[in-house]
Design a protein around this ligand. Structure first.
Ligand code: ADP
Ligand code: MG
Length: 575
């Protein structure tokens, strides 16, 4: 029997029956020449999570020129483009057609960033989109006619957006070229001695704190100060000019409300490519840049924070430091050490979210409280060692402490959203007003140690079942544990949080143990996902996962309150 007839036969047989009868429809069907529909999992109930489905179009029909996906970056870009187009095309078909989620479609197509997502796969054989649909019901009974309409009418129509011919060839090409150039620039930063590049004309401010789209009116476009202007070669856009943020220690100074945080945020997001029209398409940051911040109350397990904090009252050990309830300064010390452990090349910090007593101890406080009574070595005394000994750069937003002028290589100022290079001026000021404070950082930074997460840390069970999921960008639920990831700022997409939840579970099963360093274990899991697809995490195709960076996976793992680690060399560092 022809597949369309098979669908009709099944639906007319189960129409009016209990909702679970939709299970009979699970399987794959040719909807049209070169177009296959997969119902991978029929939901058990119209109020439950919607059904998992796929549409696959043969490349002989979709006809994308191979140059659009000839390397991993271009492929990711093309997949992203197709997924967004498909989401837009199917949206008008999504409407209530009964109880619960009946008649709705949901496609996880992403926001301002372009990430590797599970929702679209392009190979030389086919284009496939993975999404969700609410199979229609009246009460809890199958609505056969409506289901038939969804599958045989909506889907083939929406599937047209999977064809190359449905798009402006120019637009697809421009999208793919833009993403490729962002990655190209990102990979060129280090050899140019830069940690970030912000192109002239970029639009950095967002619509609001909860709306990541570009500000609509009144935005002052970015313009590099002449001293920091660099020209970079691209593959498809000729030469571009803008501000190069040099390696080393960079301060972003300026009065309150002048745009400092906005610039740092853009740099922090610049580790990902952005969609055309975002305004930050040409803000490109070293892929090893990690935003760190204070996080009162966070969990810390077995981190050697002694470069920053030692000799706690009551002789508490800080070379294997654990706490259920870190302070502003200990949490920041731990987050920095964890980022270094994962191989961060750049640290991004903002005074708005960094404990003051971690950043600075001024001359008067040094006179008042003797060194032996202060466990904290402030960041100002470590930031140069970090660069000199580990090659790790820092970009720090700081309006409040001039002592930092002594340790900065570059000083950028914001003045009514305009950027100035005040490096020379800052040197003069530092000469004219020498700081009476004395350095407290010792001779060297100290050690960055590798930790191995133990298998017992990971128990995804909740009751009799394994249960991991995420709640927006705030929490990851892992078995009985709730991981607070609301301060992990470079986790930017709900689907990354979902993927992180699955990666932690996979890590627990496949990697955890005293011999495997967290860095190595996470990078191995991410390589497996890149190689085999997101299905290795879930066991089946699912359309709502997006690739996180290793730093964000580690950040979530480090906040898992059941985490237990040892140092990889077995030594727990207790002296
Ligand atoms: P700061 O960190 O210096 O206190 P913010 O970056 O928080 O300042 O910016 C203050 C306000 O100015 C925010 O509401 C932000 O959206 C807005 N803003 C920032 N940069 C620009 C810009 N280039 N053009 C217009 N408004 C901006
Ligand atoms: Mg600020």
């Amino acid at each position: 029997m022809e597949d369309r007839e098979r669908i009709k036969a099944i639906l007319s047989r189960i129409s009016g029956r209990g909702y679970k009868a939709y299970r009979d429809l699970e399987g794959s069907y040719g909807l049209a020449p070169g177009l296959t529909f997969y119902l991978d999992h029929a939901q058990g109930d119209p109020f439950a999570a919607p059904s998992r489905v796929r549409l696959r179009m043969d490349m002989t029909k979709a006809q994308y020129p191979p140059r659009l996906f000839k390397n991993p970056v271009r492929r990711m870009a093309l997949q992203d483009f197709i997924l967004r187009a498909f989401a837009e095309k199917i949206r008008p078909f999504s409407r209530g057609r009964g109880t619960g989620g009946s008649g709705r479609y949901s496609v996880d197509a992403g926001g301002q960033e372009i990430l590797l997502r599970s929702g679209c796969v392009v190979t030389s054989e086919y284009v496939e989109v993975r999404f969700f649909m609410g199979l229609p019901a009246a009460g809890r009974r199958v609505l056969g006619k409506e289901a038939l309409e969804m599958i045989l009418v909506d889907l083939p129509r929406a599937a047209r957006s999977l064809e190359y011919a449905a798009h402006s060839a120019k637009e697809v090409e421009a999208f793919v070229d833009l993403v490729e150039d962002q990655e190209y620039l990102r990979r060129r930063l280090a050899e140019r001695g830069l940690v970030a590049f912000v192109r002239d004309g970029a639009l950095l401010p967002r619509r609001s704190g909860v709306d990541d789209r570009p500000m609509e009116r009144g935005a002052v476009l970015f313009e590099s100060p002449p001293e920091l202007r660099v020209t970079m070669e691209t593959l498809h856009h000729g030469e571009v000019t803008g501000m190069g943020v040099p390696q080393g220690v960079t301060l972003i100074v300026g009065g309150g409300f002048h745009g400092k945080t906005t610039l740092l945020e853009a740099i922090s997001r610049g580790v990902y490519p952005h969609i055309p029209g975002d305004g930050r398409e040409w803000v490109v940051t070293d892929a090893g840049a990690v935003k760190v911040r204070s996080e009162d109350g966070r969990y810390v397990e077995g981190v050697d924070i002694s470069p920053f904090i030692k000799d706690l009252p009551m002789g508490r050990d800080t070379s294997f430091f654990s706490t259920e309830d870190a302070s502003g300064s200990t949490s920041l010390a731990a987050s920095i050490m964890e980022a270094l452990e994962m191989g961060a090349r750049v640290l991004l910090l903002d005074e708005d979210t960094a404990a003051t007593n971690f950043l600075i101890r001024d001359a008067r406080m040094q006179a008042l409280i003797p060194r032996e009574k202060e466990p904290i070595t402030p960041f100002i005394d470590k930031v140069r060692q970090l660069y000199r000994e580990y090659g790790v750069s820092t970009v720090l937003v700081l309006g409040g402490s001039g002592d930092y002028l002594d340790v900065a290589d570059t000083v950028i100022a914001l003045d009514s959203y305009r950027v100035l290079d005040l490096t020379e001026r800052a040197r003069e000021v530092a000469r004219k007003f020498p700081t009476p404070r004395h350095p407290e950082g010792g001779d060297t930074f100290g050690e960055v140690r590798s930790r191995a997460p133990l298998a017992e840390s990971f128990s995804p069970r909740k009751g009799r079942k394994e249960r991991v999921r995420s709640k927006g960008l705030k929490e990851i639920l892992f078995g009985e544990e709730v991981i607070d990831v609301s301060d992990v700022e470079q986790m930017v997409d709900h689907s990354q949080a979902r993927a992180v939840a699955e990666i932690l579970r996979y890590y627990g099963r496949q990697m955890a143990g005293s011999k495997t360093a967290m860095k190595e274990g996470i990078s191995r899991v991410l390589d497996v996902v890149l190689d085999k697809g997101f299905e290795v995490l879930t066991g089946w195709p699912v359309g709502n996962l997006a690739m996180p960076r290793s730093f964000e996976v580690a950040a979530a793992m480090n906040r898992l309150r059941s985490l237990k680690v040892t140092f990889v060399d077995g030594d727990l560092g207790r002296k």
